[in-house]
Design a protein around this ligand. Structure first.
Ligand code: ATP
Length: 629
């Protein structure tokens, strides 16, 4: 017999059945964050507790008490400086397998834009369940979940048009697709009206009765809402003030000398007590429940529920049951690429705007350098055209990424943490999804400017010119991903140009200098400027490869840069070759690509921040450069 068959719950929704129980027990949990030069701030102070399956647990407390931190640490979202023990079904929590069975629904409703409810669900099921389950089965599951969450009517509504309550429910629905046994929710009712809040909590209760362990933090619940929780855990100043059944809170408070006024919401009263409105009872209360260890106020359900020890044997079954990636990296890549393409297509105003921008810049630059390409009296200006072209291909892909990607990282963090897909699949899909647009937009600019500026109409030169532009554009984009995966929008937009500016200056350096006059340090810097290699390769694509003398207009007496070699000498490129510069550009592109991958992996990691390991320097950077985790 399937060891899970004996785990039965009376819920009508088939996807809620057969969830093996997972109990989470923590003891002496302490969590601190670094503060100032060498100090640290303790947020959780040696708290203990037990959150059982089949129960809906609420973590309550005043603002800043440590509710979100407790959820973050238990879910494994923040592991930083956490000490103490966390047991899952009486065994030490093993992060790798625990992450497979728990899902974390964060406070902000981070949902993929430009997709309808149904599309989001289909993509989530393709990612999580892979192609091992038939489409009909997936649609059946989706239909069930949407029905249960009352989202059927909105299934063709775009995410942007959903109400606050619907978004919250969609966040929950997306995580239910592969039926997780443990769900953490950070303030699921924030921003919802009374009715939506109670509907949301009653849904969570249904899920808990399906055998799941549902743990949510909640802000000042109404008396009605409070009564719906099976178990409440009160935190204040990082300590446990009460753990047990909500109805027992009033008798408990009387044991510490506090009497809750009649007709008063016990949750409100407790929060007021924790906020010291009736004096300092914190120590007394935390001692009374042994900082969460005391089980006196727990529901005695030994008859209806199986003992925890019994469940320990099911731990392996739980981790093996369903929670590995059911889809392969390749299928994840395909689904993610499909999702990104749909989003690009729906965001067509942005695409049109980009197309207009490339056309407009192409026309302006082409007009400024009109017919300079074969005019020997204008050679140095034609060099200026190439320099400007490189700057265009640096800035135009850089800025949109710096502005958009920091937000996307938040979404990526949620989906990655909840094991929707692996980073490799995401990274490849991201790279591939940008490529067609990049190619089209670059071509628009290149065709316009190449023709208007009268560059040589030779296939080889034209293709070489285009490849250089594309490589510069892809390198800039990768550099922008590396930066914006670490910073917020404000800092990204500041830091991106800060990195690009020196590269730009080094790209134009050498003009008017003799080769041996350039200081060694600048020469070294020039090697690390991908824009320099871009300018060199562009100049070589147009003037290199044995191009003959240029036409000197009759109206001009003398054209000193008629011979391309004279231009190379003037701009300090005498010993440059197209393939040499292209190889350097490709190396820089690869370096940026690797950097963006590593930075992203680092950002998604839940392990202690690398910066913190760097000691004082790391703490300084983290504190003063606002690097989010
Ligand atoms: N990275 C951090 N650096 C410094 N202080 C932090 C950090 N993270 C949390 N804190 C502090 O820890 C305390 C608890 O924060 P937490 O977000 O867990 O509170 P909360 O109970 O969820 O509050 P709220 O209900 O207002 O969301 C707060 O005082 C907060 O300022």
């Amino acid at each position: 017999m399937d060891p899970l068959d004996d785990v039965e719950y009376g819920e009508p929704h088939h996807h809620l059945l057969k969830r093996p129980p997972v109990d989470i027990e923590f003891s002496d949990l302490t969590y601190s964050v670094p503060q100032g030069r060498n100090g640290s701030k303790i947020i959780l102070r040696s708290v203990s507790g037990l959150f059982r399956s089949g129960e809906l647990t609420a973590i309550l407390g005043p603002s800043g008490a440590g509710k979100s931190t407790l959820i973050n640490v238990l879910a494994g979202y923040r592991c930083g400086d956490a000490r103490g023990s966390i047991m899952v079904n009486s065994r030490p929590r093993e992060m790798k397998s625990f992450r497979k069975m728990c899902r974390y629904i964060m406070q902000e409703d981070l949902l993929q834009p430009a997709l309808t409810v149904l599309e989001s669900m289909e993509i989530a099921s393709d990612l999580k369940l892979g192609y091992t389950i038939s489409k009909e089965n997936k649609l059946d599951t989706i239909e069930n979940i949407l029905q249960m969450l009352r989202l059927t009517k909105s299934k063709h509504t775009l995410m942007e048009n959903l109400s606050g309550g619907e978004r919250k429910r969609l966040s929950i629905a997306l995580e239910l697709v592969n039926n997780p046994p443990v769900i953490f929710l950070d303030e699921p009712t924030t921003g919802l009206d009374d009715l939506s809040s109670s509907q949301c909590v009653s849904l969570l209760k249904d899920l808990a009765y399906g055998g799941r362990t549902i743990i949510c933090s909640i802000h000042t619940p109404s008396a009605k809402l409070f009564a719906m929780f099976d178990h409440v855990y009160i935190v204040a100043e990082g300590q446990c003030m009460f753990a047990g059944v909500g109805q027992d809170m009033v008798p408990y408070l009387s044991t510490v000398g506090l009497s809750c006024p009649k007709h008063y919401n016990p949750a409100d009263f407790m929060i007021e007590v924790c906020s010291r409105e009736y004096g300092d009872y914190s120590e007394k209360m935390s001692t009374a429940v042994d900082n969460g260890k005391c089980l006196r106020w727990f529901k005695d359900n030994s008859e209806t529920r199986k003992p925890i020890v019994r469940r320990a044997s099911q731990y392996d079954t739980v981790s093996k049951h369903l929670y590995d990636f059911s889809s392969t990296g390749w299928s994840q890549f395909n689904v993610l690429l499909r999702r990104m393409m749909i989003q690009h297509k729906r965001d067509y105003t942005y695409l049109l705007f980009k197309l207009f921008m490339y056309t407009f810049i192409g026309l302006v630059v082409g007009g400024m350098f009109f017919q300079f390409g074969n005019d020997a009296s204008m050679t140095i200006f034609n060099y200026g055209f190439m320099f400007i072209t490189i700057i265009v291909f640096m800035y135009t892909p850089l800025m949109p990424v710096l502005l958009k990607f920091p937000k996307e990282v938040q979404l990526l963090k949620r989906e990655y943490f909840n094991r929707w897909y692996g980073l490799n699949a995401y990274f490849c899909a991201l790279t591939c999804s940008q490529l067609p647009m990049q190619l089209i937009l670059s071509s628009v600019y290149i065709v316009i400017t190449y023709l208007l500026t009268n560059q040589p109409l030779e296939w080889e030169r034209g293709i070489k010119f285009s490849v250089v532009c594309l490589m510069v554009s892809l390198s800039s984009e990768s550099m922008a991903y590396a930066i914006s995966s670490q910073f917020n929008v404000t800092n990204s937009v500041f830091f991106g140009p800060c990195v690009a500016c020196p590269m730009m200056l080094l790209a134009s350096f050498g003009l008017g200098y003799e080769e041996n006059e350039i200081p060694a340090i600048i020469k070294l810097g020039m090697n690390f400027s991908y824009l320099r290699h871009g300018v060199e390769a562009l100049v070589m694509s147009v003037y290199g490869n044995g191009r003959g003398r240029l036409e000197c207009p009759k109206t001009t007496d003398y054209c000193d840069l008629r011979d391309p070699s004279a231009l190379f000498k003037t701009v300090g490129m005498s010993d440059v070759t197209y393939w040499g510069s292209m190889s350097a550009l490709c190396c820089m592109f690869l370096a940026f690509k690797v950097a963006s991958y590593v930075m992203l992996r680092w950002r998604l990691s839940t392990k202690p921040s690398l910066l913190l390991k760097l000691g004082f320097v790391g703490r300084f950077i983290k504190a003063y450069f606002n690097i989010p985790r």
